[in-house]
Design a protein around this ligand. Sequence first.
Ligand code: ZN
Ligand code: FE
Length: 259
Amino acid sequence: MTDLRLIAVPALTDNTIWLLADAAGATVVVDPGEAAPVFAALARERVRLGAILITHHHDDHIGGAAELAASTGAIIHAPVDARIGVTAVRVGDGDHVVLDAPKLRFEVIAIPGHTLSHIAYYGHGVLFCGDTLFSVGCGRLFEGSPAQMLASLDRLAALPADTLVCCGHEYTVANCAFARTLDPDNTALAARSAQANALRAQGASTLPTTLGNERACNPFLRIDSAELIAALDTTRHTDRVERFAQLRRRKDSFRMPAQ
Ligand code: ZN
Ligand code: FE
């Protein structure tokens, strides 16, 4: 992604809105849950908004889209889902979003699980994956089955190791605390945890992460590792979907230990 600029904009409680700007100063925005911090970022970074990309229908990912589109003329791209009630170019698995300003091109990848119509955008070595893959974690299964979510994560995990993973939330510190309960001897995870704690202590973002690092640290991508099998397998031999489902259930009930 030479001469492109990737900008993380914190929003709401723990969302991250992403901008990817080309060399000419035109940009996309991904999952604008609110408009105000995006307007501020456009001014601060001196970039013009040309397109809006939406990964899924949840309010914290679309709340600012209509206002941004109305005031900038940016074209919204969104999955086919009536719950996204804005005028948009509807895109689905295998489609390509080809833009002139900014001069960017993305492949659309269907990744059901967190929601059924959830999609990712992949291009220029950057992956915008919403609430499906987080750093050292994954999204909750609100609509899809464990098998669907695992297949979605498998597709994302097959992308190149240097892919920049731009997810929708800053959950890394809590995700590391949970992961370490299951994968305590993982040195890559220990290093990511220390790095995330240090970044958050300074008020800095832990994102983006790389797919290579996620394959090394993220328990939801390590479901077939000896360590996770040992941590999750119970008396009977569970298959990988059952292991994944069990891991997701454990995460749902995990609470951060008191400091
Ligand atoms: Zn969501
Ligand atoms: Fe979200």
